[in-house]
Write a protein that binds this ligand. Structure first.
Ligand SMILES: Nc1nc2c(c(=O)[nH]1)N[C@H]1C(S)=C(S)[C@@H](COP(=O)(O)O)O[C@H]1N2
Ligand SMILES: [Mo]
Length: 337
């Protein structure tokens, strides 16, 4: 599949946001052989943004490493990026608590190395990726995507990763495989939300998700191993998480340890918890409201304080209709929410 409308995916001169300055600065530093990784987050150029967020300058542990990436035809370089500090501090990762600030605060010491991710089920070549394999088995691309949470807020994030399709092809799905099931790590000793029902929002862990095989094989479907030029922070789903940009954020399962090809639609965490509110498909759709709120618009989290963030209309399939609408031809999207 090729993306035809090139204008959407090329850099426009009038999008001179502070975050596009990030790119220029990064390129200059790269040429000079300087890397910002390893410095405490608060010491970095955009540390001031932390203050608006937490009210204080916190020295958070930051074990992220720099990653080298290839350019990608699927990166939407026109999008104004959400500041890195907000992507790191405003999170949903209920394994670490249900408040937006819990994951950054409670996941700082989360161990992601060693790590194993098992690919099995209806495949001809089951395989396991270890921690180093995650970063070295596939060529890494930067993909700037929109992220739309079902709670009606959104961010634009410069992910780093590789197509899920590349990994699935390696495992060689059998003809009988129709779905892909994903599972997050289960480790109540490291994840306090798994040890306490109250902290973990009443979810039965491990967190599980699923896609139809054609959705999983779509070139926009990414396994992300980093963002903003570095490996993922634990709160964003280190060391490897799914990113499905045309679906509500809860489909983009974090800290994956297991990928299983199946012939039946797999159970999914939010659907199990509240089936009348969260479906299997969860495609972003401004015309189908959540039973308790409208999905017609969203609060975009950009520069400035959280409370000054601007509302913007929500786009069908989160702006990726041209690429993915054909996957759902003839389906009733109100019934298959
Ligand atoms: N394992 C797991 N994955 C998860 C979640 C979670 O609670 N647990 N939250 C989801 C939701 S609701 C969203 S919006 C995104 C948020 O990703 P981010 O914090 O990296 O922006 O992660 C998704 N993946
Ligand atoms: Mo979400």
């Amino acid at each position: 599949m090729l993306i035809k409308k090139t204008s959407r995916w090329t850099l426009s001169e009038n999008e001179a946001t502070p975050e596009s300055v990030y790119r220029q600065r990064r390129d200059i530093l790269k040429k000079l052989g300087i890397t910002l990784v390893g410095m405490p987050i608060a010491a970095k150029a955009n540390a001031g943004l932390f203050d608006a967020f937490t009210g204080s300058k916190k020295e958070l542990k930051d074990a992220r490493r720099a990653l080298t990436t290839q350019t990608s035809q699927y990166s939407d370089k026109q999008l104004a990026l959400t500041p890195e500090s907000k992507i790191l501090q405003y999170n949903n990762f209920y394994e670490f608590g249900t408040d937006k600030s819990d994951p950054a605060a409670r996941a700082a010491n989360f161990t992601t190395n060693p790590w194993n991710i098992e690919v099995g089920g209806l495949v001809n070549k089951p395989l396991t990726l270890g921690y180093e394999d995650i970063f070295s088995s596939f060529s890494l691309e930067e993909r700037i995507y929109r992220l739309r949470c079902v709670e009606a807020w959104s961010m634009n994030i410069p992910w780093i990763g590789f197509p899920l399709a590349a990994l699935l092809k390696k495992a060689d799905p059998k003809n009988s495989a129709k779905y892909v099931a994903f599972e997050t790590l289960y480790d109540p000793e490291q994840m306090p939300g798994q040890a306490s029902r109250r902290l973990g929002g009443g979810i039965d862990y491990p967190y599980v998700e699923g896609l139809r095989l054609d959705e999983a094989m779509h070139p926009l479907t990414l396994l992300s191993v980093g963002l903003y030029g570095k490996t993922l922070a634990p709160q964003n789903g280190a060391p490897i998480r799914l990113v499905v940009p045309w679906k509500y954020g809860f489909k983009s399962i974090k800290s994956i340890v297991k990928i299983t090809l199946t012939d039946k639609q797999p159970p999914t965490t939010w659907n199990l918890l509240a089936p009348q509110e969260y479906g299997f498909y969860a495609n972003v759709n401004p015309t189908v409201d959540h039973p308790r709120w409208s999905q017609a618009s969203e609060r975009f989290i950009g520069e400035g304080s959280l409370f000054s963030s601007r509302r913007q209309p929500t786009k069908m399939f989160n702006g990726y209709a041209e690429e993915v609408a054909s996957l759902y031809k003839g389906m009733d999207l109100r019934k298959n929410y």
